[in-house]
Design a protein around this ligand. Structure first.
Ligand SMILES: [Zn+2]
Length: 329
């Protein structure tokens, strides 16, 4: 492997993943989901340990900064814009016949073309530098203010019962981050380091945001490898266990952002998502302000016949491209 190879996609063919994503949209989905990596301002810093190495980075076409449709009544958090994975990306192998954002040439929040561009995906653990505070536990007075180690940041996650309510038990897991960034200014820098070290998972990186908007660059400073956090160690295995127990699946996370329900929820004003996660015609979702008691199935079929995939096609797609083995963990 040389530094000049293109990242190899390791992404289940989209139909199956998209269906799983739609199932995930129901139930307890969301409580355990990983946070997105983000540094807001020039000079902000984070320390991360990449969990997805160069060859497994996922890349897809994405629409960025797309204005969301008006917030439904009662919505607490409704962002002004969202990203979306383009439904015309070839990874979906024709699973979708439309892309609302491409088909309608929807502009981004800056008023520019919202055309899709390649972005990459990887998982990481957020880490933090520990400095001596003068106590013996952290190296004594001689190490006060100096870096004495690096540790995982921790997420506390509620255990849920069968009804999805917290039981009071908290699980403590390493803080898993989803990284979704362009090649230029982010993954290209990691790729150069991959060229030097043959892996991006073998050491921590201190990442510093430099600049704003399109000129943003992320400076990556490698930290000396720590033998007890190397791939293959028990500590590394804890990361894999955290991903498994939190049910974090990067394929599903990416595919979910191309799913019918995602586009209906955030962008397409002709559609809504009902409380069961089904895509229905706008205004017919149970609990919406509509006073007309429409039959949801009939309304959906009448309003948007072309965009929906027939159950038959869906079941055929679902049986395509099922991986022979679960993704390597
Ligand atoms: Zn598109």
């Amino acid at each position: 492997m040389t530094a000049n190879t293109t990242p190899v996609i390791n992404f289940r063919r989209g139909g199956t993943a998209a269906e799983e994503a739609e199932k995930e949209a129901n139930g307890s989905y969301g409580r355990r989901e990983a946070k997105f990596f983000g540094l807001k301002n020039d000079g902000d810093q984070a320390v991360v340990r990449l969990l997805t190495d160069h060859d497994d980075w996922i890349y897809v076409l994405q629409h960025s900064f797309i204005p969301t449709k008006p917030a439904p009544q009662g919505a607490e958090h409704w962002p002004p814009s969202m990203m979306a994975v383009c439904r015309k990306d070839e990874v979906f192998a024709g699973h979708y016949t439309d892309c609302y954002l491409c088909d309608n040439k929807v502009k981004n929040t800056f008023g520019n073309s919202g055309s899709p561009y390649v972005r990459l995906w990887a998982l990481a653990v957020e880490r933090e530098v520990v400095r001596g505070d003068g106590t013996d536990a952290l190296g004594g007075p001689s190490h006060k203010g100096l870096v004495v180690g690096i540790r995982d940041k921790i997420d506390e996650i509620d255990e849920l019962d069968a009804e999805g309510k917290p039981t009071g038990v908290k699980f403590r897991y390493p803080r898993i981050l989803i990284i979704n960034q362009p090649m230029k200014g982010f993954f290209a820098n990691l790729k150069a380091l991959y060229g030097l070290h043959g892996s991006v998972c073998d050491r921590d990186y201190e990442i510093t945001r430099e600049g704003e908007k399109k000129s943003t660059n992320y400076r990556m400073v490698p930290i000396d490898p720590l033998p007890d956090v190397a791939p293959g160690t028990p500590h590394w295995q804890q990361y894999q266990t955290a991903i498994a127990e939190r049910e974090i699946n990067l394929d599903v996370i990416v595919a979910e952002r191309a799913a019918d329900a995602y586009y209906a929820k955030w962008f397409d004003p002709a559609k809504d998502v009902d409380k069961d996660g089904n895509v229905v015609a706008a205004g017919s979702a149970v609990g919406s302000v509509s006073m007309i008691n429409l039959d949801a199935q009939g309304a959906s079929a009448a309003a948007a016949p072309a965009a929906d995939i027939s159950p038959d096609l869906r079941s055929r797609i679902a049986n395509l491209g099922v991986p022979a083995a679960p993704p390597a963990s």
